[in-house]
Design a protein around this ligand. Structure first.
Ligand code: OSB
Ligand code: MG
Length: 371
């Protein structure tokens, strides 16, 4: 196949409920949509879900735009290829910038699946027809507001809740939610906000008594040793997110027993093909995985649903319905969860149409290149 044209659209959408993590608060997001067109006029879409600021990872919307337009587009447009995995090899020459790579290769995967008339999930080797979704709740101003958010999500039918924690907002909120819901599938995510000290060890020892499904990314991303030492001390499985950006990191995690659960984010791993390889390696090592989210618009969200259909994704994924974050998403129909379950689409590619007028109406800038 050969791609003849690649376009980028930086699109801004407001969030229905502002979201606070250990590092910052957001009330709207700008993501970059990628459209590729092949020589036969077939189209594929991907999403670069990079945060605007370098707090989750070192990428930003600005660096992703730069890398996608200057370094990735020239490796895609006018090049003959048989399978999207070939792109990962071409992109490997560029260090890092996983979010930018994931968005561009995601568009190529969508095109590849559509060209074969296959759902993206099937093209990836997915076997599930349904994916169980969980919700991720940000830091709220008060304990009451948090407990109310949890109630609201349980009423919406979700069965797994993840709470963002940060120093000063950890044991108390978890105890409050746990007291209200003794059997809830509950887990916490620190986004690497804790220094590795005796004081924080006491926090994790207290959380270890709360029957959490997992404790996600307590320490700084590169500190695999601190995670391994913690995992040896607590019963709760440690889950790694920011620490694992390539297969080498995953190998280190397994060798050190630095965690017993893996959060696979398509964006963080550099794309669907690499996410699938991480899934295969984790499955082989007996590590259960789930798909994490980056508040994706519908394009990235549909790709997350597709990868979550692979057999090793045995834990609920962050693929809640579009409506949890956006009043009007960029895909039709929007991604929807029914009682916390998302049906894997059976249409070709992502299985959703792009709402092009809505994309254009919310576009902040574009880039266009042709062979
Ligand atoms: O660590 O999972 C994370 C959002 C921004 C940055 C980091 C994370 C998140 C989420 C999003 O938790 C969850 C979702 O998209 O549903
Ligand atoms: Mg996380």
């Amino acid at each position: 196949m050969r791609i003849e044209r690649l376009r980028l659209f930086e699109v801004g959408l407001p969030l229905v409920h502002s979201f606070q993590t250990s590092s910052h608060r957001k009330s709207g997001l700008d993501h970059i949509l990628v459209e590729v067109t092949d020589t036969e006029g077939r189209v594929g879409w991907g999403e670069i879900a990079s945060p605007a600021d370098p707090y989750y990872c070192s990428e930003t919307t600005v660096t992703a735009w730069h890398v996608a337009s200057h370094y990735l587009a020239p490796r895609v447009v006018g090049v003959d290829w048989e399978h999207p995995d070939e792109l990962d090899a071409a992109f490997a020459k560029i260090r890092g910038h996983e979010f930018a790579k994931a968005g561009v290769s995601g568009a190529v995967w969508d095109l590849f699946a559509r060209a074969q008339g296959l759902p993206l999930a099937t093209a990836l080797g997915g076997t599930r027809t349904e994916v169980v979704a969980g919700v991720s709740l940000g830091i709220e101003p008060t304990l009451d507001a948090l407990v109310e958010q949890v109630e609201r999500q349980l009423e919406a039918g979700y069965g797994r809740v993840k709470l963002k924690i940060a120093p000063g907002w950890d044991v108390e909120p978890v105890r409050a939610v746990r007291a209200a819901h003794p059997t809830l599938d509950l887990h916490v995510d620190a986004n690497g906000a804790y220094p590795d000290t005796e004081e924080t060890a006491a926090v994790f020892a207290a959380l270890d008594k709360q029957h959490l499904t997992m404790l996600e990314q307590p320490y700084a991303p590169r500190d695999l040793m601190a995670h391994a030492a913690l995992q040896a001390r607590i019963q709760t499985p440690v889950c790694l997110d920011e620490s694992v950006v390539d297969l080498g990191d995953l190998r280190t995690m397994i060798a050190l027993d630095a965690g017993r659960v893996l959060n696979i984010k398509v964006s963080r791993m550099g794309g669907l093909g690499l996410a699938r390889k991480a899934h295969d390696m984790a499955l082989e090592a007996g590590i259960p995985v789930w798909c994490g989210g980056m508040h994706e618009f519908g394009v990235g969200r549909a790709a997350n649903v597709a990868i979550s259909s692979l057999p090793g994704f045995t834990l609920p994924s962050d693929v809640s319905g579009s409506d949890k974050y956006y009043a009007h998403d960029v895909v039709l129909p929007p991604v929807s969860a029914d009682h916390g379950v998302v049906t894997v689409p059976t249409g070709a590619g992502l299985g959703h149409q792009i709402d092009v007028p809505w994309v254009q109406q919310n576009t902040l800038r574009t880039f266009d290149t042709a062979a």
